[in-house]
Design a protein around this ligand. Structure first.
Ligand SMILES: [Zn+2]
Length: 85
């Protein structure tokens, strides 16, 4: 069981996870990026989750390029996976 309200490096796990896709897109502010970087260094859960998430996003994008029809299926599997966390 993971406590998403745990605060590491001035940012909570919950916030890191919310910002993760923007973070991976380079779409966060400098101060957000610094806090997330620092958080990931200290927090094994977010680091592991972030790595899985980055892989899932990468796979999703590859699938979308290949076949837009897979969008719904991949999105559903992502949601199921996120719900399990
Ligand atoms: Zn965390």
């Amino acid at each position: 069981m993971v406590d998403l309200d745990r605060e590491v490096a001035g940012i909570r796990c919950r916030e890191v996870l919310e910002l993760l896709s923007s973070y991976l897109d380079g779409d966060v502010t400098e101060s957000e990026k610094r806090r997330i970087d620092a958080h990931l260094l200290e927090c094994d859960h977010c680091l592991r989750f972030g790595r899985d998430f980055a892989e899932a996003i990468g796979a999703l994008r590859r699938e979308l390029r290949r076949s837009p029809a897979l969008d719904q299926d991949v999105a559903r599997r992502l949601r199921e996976r996120l719900a399990k966390e």
